[in-house]
Design a protein. Structure first.
Length: 246
């Protein structure tokens, strides 16, 4: 299948207000549906760490049936290379802090310009939050870096088969899932506590405002952090600042 190639100048026009917002809803995403995978699967890799990009590329090249066409550290560079030489699958690092585009914004670009390409995201960040965001942006799979790359070939084959809309790893095995927002895991009391924390209130202040014991407030906070896979107060602060109000 052919990917849609878009000139560099068109990339900028496509982002103007009023442009089409593909990928906002999972049901609006276009998935790659193939009766059987190609004899050689062409792969593109984007990671802002060259060592990771080269390492993953070398691993896939050593596996039968895979050919890595692009190893990129630049978001724009990968778009340009895909326009010239399309791929069947792309492995995209979700967090690219030094790039003008990353995360949801970049995944939506890829899905818009390459609707038939399988997109798998990976990251070392918060798994549930990133997985849900990638799903909403139109990705076909998510692989946390903690699992390593050993499952990557299987995931690529699974995505290309078109049987399931989204794949992820649970308990060391690949499963078809429908990600939900991490907040869906929280109780109303836990959400309430996080909302107050996001406003800059301490546990003592929240206890006084809600007329609950500090132990109860601390318990709700701790349980919420565990469900959201946040390891410490710094991770919680970053989550609340960047994600809580979305």
């Amino acid at each position: 299948m052919k990917s849609v190639s878009v000139p560099d100048s068109a990339l900028l026009l496509a982002d103007r207000p009023g442009g089409k917002k593909d990928g906002h809803r999972p049901n609006s995403r276009k998935h790659l549906l193939m009766s059987q995978p190609p004899p050689v699967i062409r792969v593109a890799i984007l990671d802002d760490h060259p060592v990771v990009s080269l390492g993953v590329g070398a691993f896939l090249d050593s596996r039968p049936g895979f050919r890595v066409l692009h190893r990129e550290t630049s978001a724009r560079g990968l778009l340009e290379k895909l326009a010239a030489a399309p791929c069947d699958a792309a492995l995209i690092d979700f967090y690219l802090p030094q790039e003008p585009w990353d995360g949801v914004n970049y995944l939506r670009r890829l899905r818009r310009y390459h609707p038939n390409m399988a997109i798998i995201t990976f990251s070392a960040g918060n798994r549930l939050e990133t997985q849900y965001a990638a799903f909403r942006a139109g990705a076909n799979g998510y692989l946390a870096k903690q699992w390593g790359m050993i499952l990557l070939p299987e995931m690529i084959h699974g995505v290309l088969s078109g049987r399931d809309p989204f794949l992820s790893v649970q308990d060391g095995k690949i499963h078809a899932i429908c990600p939900t927002h991490p907040h869906a895991l929280l109780t109303s009391s836990e959400v309430e506590i996080l909302r107050h924390i996001s406003q800059g209130l301490s546990v003592t202040q929240i206890s006084s405002r809600l007329m609950r014991s500090k132990k109860t407030i601390s318990t709700h906070k701790r349980r919420a952090m565990r469900k959201l896979q946040l390891s410490d107060d710094l991770a919680l602060a970053l989550y609340l600042r960047e994600k809580f109000t979305e």
